[in-house]
Design a binder for this molecule. Structure first.
Ligand code: 5AD
Ligand code: FES
Length: 340
């Protein structure tokens, strides 16, 4: 199976189902994934500055700690000036990509988002702006693009409609999520999608649909990370995703999508002290250190035990660079477009 993955970058449905249900030997799998990433991206790991600018969300996803029904969440919004100050600080630290991530917060109208994107582009024309603000109309996505955004992250979460229903309330739909992702691509965005590993009710069959969906979408970035339980959600009793299974999925994705950017996500770091390094060695090639003000960090509480909550941006940058080096790679702050 590994030979076929290396030579064809694909597997049959039956082989994928076997991959998901039978543990693979890790050393050869990770070595193959590492060889493929080095072939396409060398030893570079791209650093993106992440700004979590609002934790207010109109949605109620059953797995997410900032869901609207979590009345214990302490809500915040950054002002335009605070967002721009994060970018200025990030720029001085060398970052050339800013990722603005937030809940689906109606306060941030299209005009407000466009104004923020334009202001960042005006202050730092050599930087790329990535948005991760959820499901919007095609017109909204077009407006953000016209304002200067070029990348958009929106995980599909699961490509299986029955599974999607189990993770989200009735007012959300997989159809709309897919519509968003294909609209974003049609507009010209570099699109990132992905899913949680080990989310409640996930099965080998739902993972198979995730892979086939990603093959149809051809995203520039694929973000995955272990599901981590949050006690203030309906899934409080559900077990978290398993670290080694999650790492094998990263390696599989690297082998199936050699040119994709794959982040070593914060969820990996939150599940294991060296989770990020392990994900890098399994094929990931992006990290997103936090640039949000330390005062709001702990409130962007998607899941429990999230790391880096008390660290100043400069500290995160140094820490991340050391971790990347210790895993055997080189931190790069350039814009770092995907090869897809
Ligand atoms: N565990 C892991 N990842 C989560 N996300 C949301 N809640 C959790 C959780 N409990 C992920 C989702 C979302 C991204 C921003 O964070 O996949 O798209
Ligand atoms: Fe905010 Fe799911 S709870 S997008």
């Amino acid at each position: 199976m590994l030979d076929k993955l290396i030579t064809t970058h694909d597997l049959s449905d039956a082989e994928l189902l076997r991959f998901f249900s039978e543990p693979q030997e890790e050393a050869p799998l990770f070595a193959a994934a590492d060889a493929v990433r080095r072939e396409y991206y060398g030893d570079e790991v791209y650093m993106r500055g992440l700004i979590e600018f609002t934790n207010i969300c109109k949605n109620d996803c059953y797995y997410c700690g900032i869901r609207r029904s979590n009345s214990h969440a302490v809500r915040y919004r950054l002002t335009d000036a605070e967002i721009l100050a994060c970018c200025d600080e990030g720029y001085d630290l060398g970052y050339r990509t800013f990722v603005l991530q937030g809940g689906e917060d109606g306060f941030f109208t299209d005009d407000k988002i466009c104004a923020i994107v334009s202001a960042i582009k005006a202050a730092h024309p050599d930087c790329a702006v990535t948005l991760s603000i959820g499901e919007k109309s095609r017109e909204s996505y077009q407006a953000y693009y016209d304002a200067g955004a070029r990348r958009y992250l929106l995980r599909h979460e699961t490509a299986d409609p029955v599974h999607y229903r189990k993770l989200h309330p009735a007012e959300m739909s997989l159809e709309n999520r897919k519509r968003c992702l294909f609209d974003l691509k049609a507009i010209g965005y570099q699109v990132g999608s992905g899913f949680m590993i080990g989310s409640p009710y996930q099965t080998p069959e739902t993972l198979l649909s995730d892979i086939r969906f990603l093959q149809a979408l051809c995203p520039a970035m694929i973000g995955v990370g272990p599901y981590i339980t949050h006690r203030e959600t309906p899934f409080a009793e559900m077990p978290p995703g398993e670290l080694h299974f999650s790492l094998r999925i990263v390696a599989l994705l690297r082998l199936m999508f050699p040119k994709a950017l794959i982040p070593a996500t914060t969820a990996f770091a939150s599940l294991h002290a060296e989770g990020r390094e392990l994900a890098l060695r399994a094929g990931a090639n992006v990290v997103m250190p936090n640039l949000s003000p330390v005062t709001v960090r702990k409130h962007y509480d998607l899941y429990e035990n999230k790391v880096c909550l008390g660290d100043e941006a400069a500290h995160c940058r140094g820490c991340m660079e050391r971790r990347i080096a210790s895993a055997g790679y080189r931190a790069v702050v350039a814009v770092g477009d995907s090869l897809v």
